[in-house]
Design a binder for this molecule. Structure first.
Ligand code: AMP
Length: 529
């Protein structure tokens, strides 16, 4: 069979974009996947979800907007090729772009891309550009792709989803499902040093509500104000992954040592939070912590200046056994048996609102963020924000994405300093406010540089950017707004911190904003009585 051309993939993307019906999208995907050769499946699936690499893979294309603009401005140099561009060739070219690094790599990337684009029709160029910027916008996220793979292979969605959860590699799962069938998909297992997605928590507004949801009693742990880490240990080898599944082992030699020296079993995967601590053991601000996660030089010096403390709260794998389907309480029991107490998160199991409030107060006084409530019989669901875990924070904040920024004036001249904040709205982002408050001069300057790298256009004094930077925003109130299409606006918004550990997919959704708006209304009317 002849290799499948990239133009067929581009056509599929157009068809997918033109329908909003889930069933129709599934059918289109399944039909397309069934037609592919075995070794085309993985590249095609990754390209359609706009990923190029599996999520845990640290490689990136690292191509700026300006590079692509230059290629377009240079005009299209059509090469007379008698053979059309194939899916595998397109994928291989992008892989080479990612591989180019170090001195002269910008030029090399540009020339590789120029070569690729010259073989593509205008429709293909459009799709390639979207892939390069990670913005497919054809309504096919991982969840949708799982359904397409399931239908194409005649395997249940849940089996595909589980295999994906364990390997983090949708290309590999798709290939196994389509070419080897259900038996092999079932045999797909987690692998040491391949991170699982962390389980996420739903937001909660009060302790009573959480208790009701969890059947009258729940485990309450301190919610630490740090960064999520997942530690894999096999014999003497330890690797640490961040919340976004990046390998951060090199920056965290102190955490590596703690895991290596103080955790007993041969093979284990642990979930926890790393917190930067200052004098007296109190947590340091988040920005200091992030310096530990991004630092690649002078690590030793930073380790000394910003010591980290590890709080472990879950165990996902233990000497050959995957534990994610075990109840939380069982996992906790095992954790206690292999891990010294001072490394384990503080917690109580309780159904008494007053006692829990006292515990919450203790957490806040110790400089932590609040509490996490965990249902005793809950399974560990990687990547899912379910009701098994609730976060309870006294002051509500929203994680929002910056979609544009205005050039400042007066003291802020030369900085992009007024940020347009948006919540996730389907595949799009809906604005709910602007703010220039909360950042230090150093942060303003960092933001200005970063936003210019992400620039997609400029109109008058406003720079529009690729939605990428997430900020945690404090506010006084959510109001109804005729001004923004979202219908909401934040009153007195202020950036509490820049969340470099979060990506746009982690930002709060417009539904959460609506929910918060309703809750605040309920609360207010209570006070007014
Ligand atoms: P949020 O980032 O607001 O969605 O809150 C969830 C995050 O809180 C998790 O991803 C962890 O990084 C962090 N966290 C802090 N303490 C805990 C804990 N005891 N259990 C689970 N997550 C925690």
């Amino acid at each position: 069979m002849a290799p499948t051309s990239f133009s067929e993939l581009a056509k599929l993307c157009r068809d997918l974009e033109s329908t909003t019906k889930r069933k129709e999208k599934t059918r289109l995907l399944a039909e397309f996947l069934r037609r592919l050769e075995p070794d085309e499946v993985a590249p095609a699936v990754l390209l359609i979800v706009g990923a190029v690499f599996p999520e845990f893979d640290t490689r990136t294309l690292d191509v700026g907007y300006m590079t692509v603009k230059r290629i377009f401005e240079g005009g299209k140099q059509t090469m007379l090729m008698d053979k059309p561009l194939t899916i595998k060739e397109a994928y291989r070219s992008l892989d080479e772009v990612a591989k180019a690094s170090g001195k002269g790599s910008r030029r090399l990337k540009e020339s590789l891309l120029r070569g690729l684009m010259s073989r593509a029709s205008s429709e293909e160029v459009e799709v390639l550009t979207r892939i390069i910027f990670g913005e497919m916008r054809i309504g096919v996220n991982e969840g949708m792709m799982i359904e397409g793979i399931a239908e194409a292979a005649g395997i249940e969605d849940s089996i595909i989803r589980r295999a994906l959860m364990l390997t983090g590699d949708i290309g590999k799962v798709a290939k196994t499902a389509l070419t080897e069938g259900i038996g092999e998909v079932n045999r797909i297992s987690m692998a040491m040093f391949v991170p699982l997605k962390p389980m996420l928590a739903a937001m909660s507004y009060d302790i009573g509500e959480v208790l009701e949801e969890h059947g009258g009693v729940s485990a309450f742990e301190f919610k630490f104000d740090g960064a999520r880490i997942q530690a894999h240990k096999s014999g003497g080898e330890v690797r640490i992954f961040s919340r976004r599944l990046t390998d951060v082992t090199e920056s965290l030699p102190d955490i590596v040592e703690v895991i290596r020296e103080r955790i007993k079993p041969d093979e284990v995967i642990l979930d926890g939070e790393a917190v930067a601590v200052g004098a007296g053991g109190k947590p340091l601000p988040f920005q200091d912590l992030m310096r530990r996660f991004t630092r690649v030089q002078k690590i030793e010096e930073t380790v000394e200046k910003i010591p980290l403390r590890l709080h472990i709260f879950d165990i996902l794998y233990h000497n050959g056994k995957l534990l994610i389907d075990e109840p939380y309480e069982e996992r906790w029991r095992l954790l206690k048996s292999i891990c010294p107490n001072e490394l384990i998160a503080e917690r109580i199991v309780s159904g008494d609102v007053h006692g829990i409030e006292v515990f919450l107060k203790r957490a806040l006084e110790a400089g932590h963020e609040g509490l996490m409530a965990k249902r005793l019989d809950s399974r560990y669901t990687p990547g899912v924000r379910g009701k098994g875990w609730f976060k309870i924070k006294p002051a509500e904040t929203l994680d929002l994405v910056i979609v544009a920024a205005d050039w400042g004036y007066g003291r802020r001249t030369g900085w992009l300093s007024n940020y347009h904040l948006a919540a996730r709205d389907g595949e799009d982002y809906a604005m709910i406010g602007k703010t220039f408050k909360g950042l230090t001069d150093e942060e303003f300057s960092w933001m200005t540089n970063r936003l210019q790298e992400l620039k997609i256009g400029e109109i008058e004094a406003t720079v529009y950017v690729k939605p990428e930077i997430v900020v945690e925003v404090d506010f006084n109130e959510i109001q109804r707004s005729p001004h923004y299409t979202s219908g909401f606006a934040l009153r007195f918004a202020r950036i509490k911190r820049i969340r470099t550990d979060k990506g746009p997919g982690d930002a709060d959704k417009l539904e959460s904003v609506k929910e918060l708006y309703d809750k605040q209304f309920a609360y207010k009317s209570k006070i007014d009585l």
